[in-house]
Design a protein around this ligand. Sequence first.
Ligand code: TRP
Ligand code: SF4
Length: 332
Amino acid sequence: MPRPRILSGMRPTGALHLGNLMGALDNWVRLQDPYDCFFAIVDWHSLTTDYADPGPIRENILEVACDWLAAGLDPSRSTLFIQSLVPEHAELHLLLSMIVPVPWLERVPTYKEQQQQLSEKDLSTYGFLGYPLLQTADIVIYKADAVPVGEDQAPHVELSREIVRRFNNFFGPVFPEPQTLLTEAKRIPGTDGRKMSKSYGNAVYMKDDPETMRQKIKPMVTDPARMRRTDPGNPDKCPVFDLHRAFSSPETQGWAAEGCRTAGIGCLDCKGRLIEHMLARLQDVHARRPQFAARPDTVWDILLEGSKKARTVAQVTMDEVRAAMKISYPRK
Ligand code: TRP
Ligand code: SF4
């Protein structure tokens, strides 16, 4: 039995932070054995919002790839590739655009949300409306059985199922309906207590060295009730404790919760132990990343190799799609 196939993607927005690692990447790394994995750096998706400033995309692809490899994505087991190096994604996106009713795209929740959130950008474009359709093409061109994503992306995968049903109704059963493989959402707060995000300036990056990590965690926001060392606190109201939940052993979590509630420990003690656990968890990442970052040519080669493999699969699907749509003509 061949392993079921999964596909997922990330936009090349730059260096990845611990929220990306614990929320998505770490999960992908574990999926590499049970699944036939395709992981795409979706540069065209970046253009849907950053079309006016595409300059950083090239460098960002490299940053993301270094973080992927440092996290343990393994090009000998998984196909790691760049979306735009498989131009068949664009062809399928175009063909799907013929059958998708515009209201299906307009009612995707992220459409209006993102337009409001990124109101400084003009996102009334054709390309931005088509964002989830391009994502559908990414998924179905590999006939992926499932898509590992967080809750926020579930409506996009749902849309891709609806589009698959419509396509198969018109043209016959070409695509399987992709399932959502929901990644459990761990709360990874940034240093200011809000959700960790590059745009908030509160992120700890995978590429930060241990000293930088210490410097970022030390002043991190805690339960505001602990004004003084002698004030007891509530770990459930403390973002540092959320990080303990993600990184620390059950013993350390117990120690921190108890010490916090009884004022038996200070916040600096608590953060000190947290850092030890974070650094232990990131040891392999820290060991691997500089080796890739120092050899950008090797990293590009890995992505080019993966893109070639992906393209072979995508081309087979497109032959089938053209045949099903009766636009398959003799080719030289
Ligand atoms: N929209 C996804 C995100 O922002 C990125 C993405 C593009 C993706 N194509 C995909 C995710 C295909 C899963 C499958 O996270
Ligand atoms: Fe947060 Fe730890 Fe301080 Fe409690 S002791 S408030 S959990 S940092």
